[in-house]
Ligand binder design. Structure first.
Ligand code: F0G
Length: 457
């Protein structure tokens, strides 16, 4: 590259207005929402970094696909375009469309899970864990030690701990219906998994006759990191790297709301005929006929086109670099963040930034509220609010108190991100004044979505 500046590899074709809000207005909105950012009207959010899931902008060609969508109940041409696009990257024999990733998880674990089973993963995403546990099975996270240390610099912090996996398989292989690897490792900071590690996992799976599945939500970002960081891959295309990732697995679950570049959708894909048949039977109960799953024909078209665009090198260079741009600016300003910077999000270490607060005063919540109050930025607490409450009613500090700034795909420009940087630095400079929070109302499970809070005086 001749020039240093990496520009958005697109120009804007249709715009959505952002409502400018005031600090007073945002304070009132916070009070009405019980200081829970999930309770805000999204109109009152200026820059929405709550999630990168389903929040991206579609391309001209995806919108054209929407028009072409064929809504035939069975055997629609939109289904065949979707199937071809999925199988070009992931040539599994069976592709089962679902309305989003967790529906694929529910169907798969409904067939292969159950009491007494144990499912290893580098780190389960929360819906994946919940779907494993809902069947009575146990979910275990076996990410490498560096993956749990927010400041350890390792190029593939999402890697599976092969020794831990081997020891689990040695003692319990008969109870392990599948080994999962999440690419990139969302719950661990959006960190990638190397091809070498995937090969190692596959070798263990072969040795113990256990299938390997990918939770492939952010497969293209993972492949880009492999191209950039794993020796021997620098001259390969991302498409080729993705195909190798797929070839190492026996199946996958996918949320097309991430690297499908779509607003809804997902799938389950696998080679095993008998399991696929059982999954299709469950699909019909809750999602729909096997050629549309939970989706409209037009959604299948948007995903088919999205999968072609997401492996484009100019797109991925911009995508990973623009997330890194935000992260690097925060590092330079001394704001503690999980490093290296992941593909889809920057994670601020709220416990490190707000050391005056006990984890049970929710430093992540405090920081997320302050980012919204100060600049209208909505981020997501990933810490003691999300993970601190246990089924027996007890409450403990989560391992980390993070605030995730997730970047929607192709949605915000560099000046939006420059604004985010400015607000984060301003809030960080006042970190010592930020109050703790207490919970005044909460449901029994998944409290982070609906709990109401109050600042501690
Ligand atoms: N697996 C991973 C790694 C995820 O990040 C998600 C969703 C899912 C599975 C479930 O997919 O939402 O389509 O049902 N992650 C979103 C997030 C919600 O904000 O990180 P879904």
């Amino acid at each position: 590259m001749e020039f240093r500046t990496i520009i958005e590899p697109f120009r804007i074709h249709s715009v959505e207005p952002l409502k400018m809000t005031t600090v007073e207005g945002r304070r009132a909105a916070l009070r009405a929402a019980g200081f829970n950012l999930f309770g805000l009207h999204s109109d009152d959010v200026l820059i929405d970094l709550l999630t990168d899931s389903g929040t991206g902008a579609m391309s001209r060609d995806q919108w054209a696909g929407i028009q072409r969508g064929d809504e035939s109940y069975a055997g629609s041409p939109s289904w065949f375009r979707f199937l071809e696009s999925v199988q070009e990257l992931f040539p599994f024999r069976h592709v089962i469309p679902t309305h989003q990733g967790r529906a694929a998880e529910k169907i798969l674990f409904g067939v292969i899970g159950g009491a007494g089973k144990i499912v290893p993963n580098n780190t389960h995403f929360d819906t994946t864990r919940a779907n494993v546990e809902a069947t009575g099975a146990e979910a275990v996270d076996l990410v490498i030690a560096e993956g749990l240390d927010p400041s350890a610099l390792h190029p593939f912090k999402g890697n599976m701990d092969l020794a831990a996996l081997e020891s689990l398989l040695r003692s319990r292989a008969a109870d392990v219906p599948v080994v999962f690897v999440t690419v990139t490792n969302n719950s661990g900071g959006g960190q990638p998994v190397s091809l070498e590690n995937l090969r190692g996992v596959r070798a263990l799976c072969d040795q113990y006759a256990t299938p390997l599945f990918l939770d492939a939500c952010r497969f293209a970002e993972n492949a880009w990191f492999i191209k950039e960081r794993e020796p021997g891959n620098e001259d390969r295309s991302v498409r080729e790297i993705v195909q190798e990732m797929a070839a190492l697995a026996h199946g996958m679950t996918m949320s097309a709301k991430k690297d499908g570049l779509a607003n809804i959708g997902g799938w389950l894909a696998l080679d095993d005929d008998a399991i696929a048949e059982q999954c299709r039977n469950l699909l019909i109960l809750t999602e729909g006929f096997p050629t549309y799953g939970g989706l409209a024909g037009r959604d299948l078209e948007a995903i088919a086109q999205g999968l072609r665009e997401v492996v484009d090198h100019d797109y991925l260079r911009y995508r990973v670099r623009s997330t890194g741009y935000l992260g690097d600016a925060l590092v330079a300003a001394g704001v503690p963040v999980v490093r290296p910077i992941g593909g889809h999000a920057v994670y601020i270490d709220a416990r490190a930034l707000l050391p005056h607060l006990d984890p049970l005063e929710y430093p992540g919540q405090s920081l997320a509220v302050a980012l919204y109050e100060t600049g209208g930025i909505r981020a997501c607490e990933i810490g003691t609010v999300m993970f601190g409450k246990h089924p027996d009613g007890s409450e403990h500090a989560a391992p980390l108190d993070l605030v995730r700034l997730a970047i929607p795909r192709r949605t915000y420009t560099q000046s939006h991100i420059d604004y985010v940087i400015e607000v984060c630095i301003d809030v960080a400079s006042r970190a010592a004044e930020l109050p703790g929070y207490r919970i005044v109302e909460q449901p029994k499970t998944l409290r982070h979505f609906t709990a109401r809070f109050e600042p501690v005086a």
